[in-house]
Design a protein around this ligand. Structure first.
Ligand code: NAP
Length: 244
């Protein structure tokens, strides 16, 4: 797919330093879109932006920090004047049984996965006004549809994102701003703290887990629809992933 309608449109991608965000930046840039790649690891996003060329801008930002998010969208306004696509992808998952889990880990997940989405969405909406086909797309998870033992707080953040999106869609629909969710199953990325690398690898191997590019394709599919079309939710899983 290489759609003329995508040429020059502006995407802000959070969590672009690895995994799904990085793959999405590459895919959208290959479609001729201008991509703003944001994350905390500056070295990663600077290298990605350098590779993608003039249509990419790297901005170091922690989405949990409202001042850094304000700075990110100030840069976007100065450079591009607006935003067509906000891809709220940044997130962390920290595994533990809830009884043994630490409040600092709850906070880290709530701050990145929920507060980060709220901060970025709030800052982006004014920059989306009047832009045909503008879209906010957020990465939730199959863990935002079903509880998963060992991931209770992570699931709570993703369920919260779903509820936020369902209400936001009703606030922004009349303005023509599309609000969309992507709920992936297991993906081969750096995601998953406090799980041994071996356990994560064998889990992903057993499912023939998705690649980041597979999720990036789902995002592109939803964004590339005509402006009247809202792809409300996409659940994308490995065929072999039967649970959750
Ligand atoms: P990943 O490779 O670990 O990427 C996560 C990205 O989020 C990184 O670029 C990280 O960058 C960024 N990030 C995390 N906290 C941030 C913060 N506070 N501020 C800015 N950036 C932050 O994992 P991934 O799988 O691609 O994750 C992307 C999204 O997919 C997440 O929302 C995750 O919950 C979701 N998801 C993943 C899976 C899976 O199996 N992999 C399944 C369902 C949903 P820095 O560390 O450089 O900031």
């Amino acid at each position: 797919m290489n759609d003329q309608r995508l040429q020059g449109r502006v995407a802000v991608i959070t969590g672009a330093s690895s995994g799904i965000g990085e793959a999405t930046a590459r895919l959208l840039a290959a479609q001729g879109m201008q991509v703003v790649v944001a994350a905390r690891r500056s070295d990663r996003i600077e290298a990605l932006a350098a590779e993608l060329g003039d249509n990419a801008l790297a901005v170091t930002a922690d989405v949990a920090d409202i001042e850094q998010v304000t700075g990110l969208f100030d840069r976007v306004r100065e450079r591009f004047g607006g935003v067509d696509l906000l891809f709220n992808n940044a997130g962390v998952g920290i595994s533990d049984t809830f009884a043994e889990s630490a409040p600092a880990d709850w906070k880290a997940q709530i701050d990145s996965n929920l507060m980060g989405v709220l901060h970025c969405t709030h800052a982006a909406i004014p920059l989306m006004q009047g832009r045909e086909g503008a879209m906010i797309s957020t990465v939730s998870s199959v863990g935002g549809r079903h509880g998963v033992a060992g991931w209770a707080v992570y699931c709570a953040t993703k369920f919260a994102v779903n509820g936020f999106h369902e209400a936001l869609r009703k606030e922004l629909g009349e303005q023509g701003i599309r609000v969309s969710l992507i709920q992936p199953g297991a993906v081969w990325t750096e995601w998953g703290d406090k799980v041994s690398e071996d356990a994560m690898r064998s889990y992903r191997e057993s499912l023939d887990a998705l690649h980041s590019e597979d999720v990036a394709q789902a995002l592109l599919y939803s964004f590339a629809q005509p402006a009247r079309v809202l792809v409300n939710e996409i659940v994308v899983r490995p065929v072999r992933q039967l649970l959750p």
